[in-house]
Design a protein around this ligand. Structure first.
Ligand code: ADP
Ligand code: MG
Length: 709
């Protein structure tokens, strides 16, 4: 059906773009909108009414019936509550469709059921959504009809951020202000704004929906909690970049069309390392829009899968033993007059502005490594970080040969005289072109890698919102720029001061630079020697939010107040405990209702077969051996099952404790006790899967799930 569509005309069809605003708004109103987008401030009430009407007319012409303020509460996903455009019917029974400036700008969802970590008790449930003019409104199109979605921020009655967008926007303002100070120091007088450019590579798994529905663990927790490895894993490297199978291809095609309609510039698609794993990357956009679009990507991936009888898994580790999924957050800083502050040019040693920017980022990442690590922590990511597939849990920076060499020259002699040449890459075949070589080879194991003219933060989990990581990144870089500008603006000899500063920063913070193999055991030791934090789990990582340096920074740049940071910490502990609790209950359910009945039935069959053979005077050796082996595992299973049930019941003691310290203790209990119990239960269950008649096994196996999509 999509074969005749002209993508150039079709792209952004469901977006109320700047172009559409220009067409539909009176000139003065359009100018006002543009000014608010660029410089901040508020739209006048009359203009807001005009914009709302134009937006509604466009939406209704395109079949919309409802509008919603679309926001991003601390659940990490998006929220919407639809209101139709209809107004009170008149005496003749007719209705008019209306939408006012007031409705566009402000909403008041009864928001008492969103996590707020104590910021808002239920008796003061007011929460407000406020229009984010910098992210375009769009039409969501599905079985519900067409809904006009207005990206909004979500705040409490007293102005605290209850969402992920508000702090992100605050951090973008901070990094813009501080970046401008750096640009001015180097003589730029034209830039008015610096915006993070962000491109998010998203990994995901696709499996068959019928099979998915037979697995309680996938349904309730998003990952398999049981499952012996399939005979084949990813060891042949035959899935990575492999030819895309028809069923998946049809899905990807549909997905692209849906995303293009929403103005998401989906660009690259390929099969990933693990069987049934894939990746989609859009072209980078301004940070705030890229973050919103990543939410749409995740949502659309799931929605479109349903239409194809498929299921999209965004969990970081849906299957043990093969790679999990993450997303790479590609980040750079670009001014409105077109300067990418992370572009080194051909000879970075000469590019003092770039070297200062780089030195500041190195300093920022070193100082706030724990915070950056925290920003990528989520429940599922605990199974990945440091587990030989994703970047390690230790934050370090990869600069690549050329830049590392420049830094080395700077640190040792105080001067960088030359940049390593890139040169040609000779293929050795006369009919092939000789390629221009990149200045830097790739390093796939670094959590924070410089890749040409951007950094690639690779720790983020596949299901997580990228708002948090980008907020942290913008904040720490804003702080480093601010400190540098404070000093340099009052320097008597700027050239000398900047030169010394670059050398000092690199010297002081060079421990964070690591170009080697981040997966190796020796790096763990080396990092410990360098004093770099190695934070193994989400629960441990939360402390970083309330670290003195972090609180001071966030408060200074008005990104988070201490109260907001405390509330977020509380929410993170709660999310962790609740998620593990669900996983534990799911295991209990599957063990009690599915696995134990199946294995006991099988053992019973072995026992009666053995008895029959014995009574007939035959040799029951093999049957009895099988029975003994089976029984030994069933016993282990039963013991682990009882222990898990007991320990989960014991968690009730945390139920009505509300202090942050108690929430932390509860999360630690889930991590230390319940996760260990779950591993104990899984082991005999997976062993039994390998012994029991496949026809009796109560749910699809790994082989069924990831090889037969
Ligand atoms: P990779 O080699 O990692 O696949 P790509 O160049 O294909 O790198 O880019 C991956 C992502 O990074 C894409 O989303 C791309 O649009 C984005 N990207 C490219 N340049 C920049 C930049 N300067 N700032 C932010 N993101 C960028
Ligand atoms: Mg990549």
């Amino acid at each position: 059906m999509n074969d005749t569509i002209n993508v150039e005309e079709f792209f952004g069809k469901n977006v109320f773009t700047l172009g559409k605003m220009r067409e539909r708004l009176p000139r003065n109103v359009f100018k006002e909108v543009q000014k608010v987008m660029d410089e901040g401030g508020e739209l006048s009430k009359s203009s807001a009414d005009v914009v709302a009407k134009a937006m509604k007319d466009w939406a209704v012409e395109n079949g919309a019936t409802h509008f919603t303020h679309w926001f991003q509460p601390l659940t990490g996903i998006t929220a919407e509550k639809h209101d139709s455009f209809i107004t009170h019917p008149d005496e003749e029974g007719r209705t008019l469709l209306e939408f006012s400036g007031k409705e566009l700008i402000k909403g008041e969802p009864d928001a008492s059921s969103f996590p707020s970590g104590g910021l808002r008790a239920t008796f003061e449930a007011r929460g407000y959504t406020a229009w984010d003019i910098t992210s375009p409104a769009f039409l969501k199109e599905d079985a519900t009809g067409r809904i006009l979605c207005i990206p909004t921020a979500f705040c409490s009655y007293t102005g605290e951020a209850l969402d992920k967008k508000t702090p992100l926007l605050r951090s973008e303002e901070a990094v813009s202000t501080q970046s401008l100070r750096i640009l001015r120091l180097f003589g730029n007088t034209t830039a008015k704004k610096v915006v993070p450019s962000v491109g998010i590579e998203q990994e995901y798994f696709i499996i068959d929906r019928e099979k998915y529905l037979k697995r309680e663990d996938l349904i309730f927790s998003g990952r398999t909690l049981f499952g012996a490895p399939a005979p084949k894993g990813q060891e042949m490297d035959d899935h990575y970049f492999g030819a895309i199978r028809e069923r998946i291809g049809a899905y990807m095609k549909d997905l692209n069309f849906e995303l293009w309609k929403l103005g998401v510039p989906a660009k690259t698609q390929h099969n990933e390392v693990a069987p049934a794993q894939h990746e989609l990357a859009p072209i980078y956009e301004s940070g705030n829009v890229a973050v919103d679009h990543n939410q749409l990507v995740m949502e659309t991936m799931k929605k479109v899968a349903g239409r194809h009888g498929l299921m999209c898994l965004l969990h970081e580790k849906p299957f043990a033993g093969v790679n999990g999924s993450g997303k790479h957050d590609n980040w750079s800083l670009v001014s409105d007059d077109g300067v990418n502050m992370l572009d080194p040019g051909l000879t970075p040693n000469d590019n003092i502005q770039f070297l200062l920017v780089l030195a500041c980022i190195v300093k920022a990442v070193d100082k706030h490594a724990a915070l950056l690590r925290q920003s990528a922590a989520d429940v599922g990511n605990d199974h990945r970080l440091g587990a030989n597939e994703a970047p390690p849990a230790i934050v370090s920076i990869f600069l690549g040969d050329q830049l590392e060499d420049v830094v080395r020259q700077l640190v040792s002699t105080g001067e960088a005289k030359k940049s390593k040449k890139t040169g040609k890459l000779m293929t050795g075949v006369s009919t092939l072109p000789d390629l221009e070589r990149d200045a830097t080879d790739r390093n796939r194991t670094s959590p924070f890698a410089f890749t040409g003219n951007k950094f690639e933060f690779r720790m983020v989990g596949s299901s997580d919102s990228v708002a948090g990581p980008n907020t942290a990144l913008n904040a720490i870089v804003a702080e480093a720029f601010c400190e540098a500008a404070d000093e340099l603006e009052k320097a008597e000899d700027f050239e000398l001061a900047v030169h010394d500063m670059i050398k000092d920063y690199f010297t002081e913070h060079q421990r964070i630079i690591f170009n080697g193999d981040g997966y190796s055991e020796s790096w763990v030791k080396e990092a410990a020697r360098r004093g770099l934090p190695n934070i193994a789990s989400m629960v441990e990582s939360v402390d970083a939010l309330l670290d003195d340096d972090a609180v001071a920074m966030f408060e200074k740049f008005k990104i988070f107040t201490r109260a907001e940071l405390e509330s977020r910490s509380e929410v993170l502990y709660e999310i962790y405990s609740k998620s593990i609790n669900i996983e534990a209950h799911t295991m209990i359910d599957m063990t009690g209702k599915q696995i134990l009945p199946a294995v006991m039935r099988y053992a019973g069959r072995l026992a009666s077969d053995a008895k029959e053979v014995r009574e007939a005077g035959g040799d029951d050796y093999v049957l009895s051996l099988g029975l003994r082996q089976c029984t030994a595992q069933i016993r282990k299973l039963q013991e682990a099952f009882d222990k898990l049930k007991e320990d989960v019941a014991a968690a009730a003691r945390f139920a009505d404790k509300n202090k942050l310290a108690d929430k932390k203790e509860q999360a630690q209990y889930y991590r230390d006790v319940i996760c260990a119990d779950m591993a104990e239960l899984r082991a005999p269950a997976d062993a039994l899967e390998m012994m029991v008649d496949k026809n009796l096994w109560p749910f699809p196996t790994y082989g069924d799930l990831i090889f037969e999509v």
